[in-house]
Design a binder for this molecule. Sequence first.
Ligand SMILES: Cc1cc2nc3c(=O)[nH]c(=O)nc-3n(C[C@H](O)[C@H](O)[C@H](O)COP(=O)(O)O)c2cc1C
Length: 226
Amino acid sequence: MKIMHVDASAKRERSNSRALSRYFLERLRDQHVDLEIDYLDVTVDTPPHVTEAFAIATYTPADQRTDAMKATLASSDALCARLLAADAFVFAMPMYNWSMPSAFKAFIDSVTRTNLTYVFAEDGSTVGQLGRQKVLFITSRGADLRPGTQYSSMDALTPALKAAFGFLGVADPAFVDAQPLQFANPEARTEALERARGELDTVAADWAQSVRSTEANNEAMTACEE
Ligand SMILES: Cc1cc2nc3c(=O)[nH]c(=O)nc-3n(C[C@H](O)[C@H](O)[C@H](O)COP(=O)(O)O)c2cc1C
């Protein structure tokens, strides 16, 4: 299983979201899933912000692009190719000011591309090209935004991620939200991390099961063909 693993916390060793994404991949390995990891730290290799040149080049039909336009789009083209080659995505990030880290937003701006990650159908509707991939979002939050809490209506992160990746064809992403991790007492924080790890165990078991089913189907198909 080829997984594109993206971390987006400004923190490194102390980062909860980074620790949880590593934890998830370890649980998948425990389940004997054969993993190929394509790792991207968007705080180190941050995709460029949208520029005027990018905005013009991206909406110019591919066969009409100048060499300069092609050069402007080259890093975005390469990133889209990485997404399209993956079987699954693990996107880990903290909540910053109720939404996503700006480096992850730059990543989304770079990978949302006409005729690469989404195409137009004959009737003019758009068809996302990331429908076959499994997707896990791991988010870490300082406050508790679960239903019934004071901040529950402030979650602008979950809908933004669902919309951006839904447009690219991701229908049913898994979310594991670790909260509250900062603005809470130590017991609540420990509990939140345990809850998140428990949810990650479940997603890892689901993914492992689905890999095993696909392998069994492929073997059956090969046997039929022989
Ligand atoms: C700049 C900044 C903004 C933040 N904004 C929020 C916020 O809006 N809501 C919230 O619940 N936590 C917020 N936090 C807290 C982080 O989401 C929380 O500490 C999280 O666990 C960080 O994840 P990390 O350990 O992977 O970096 C913010 C933290 C920082 C540094």
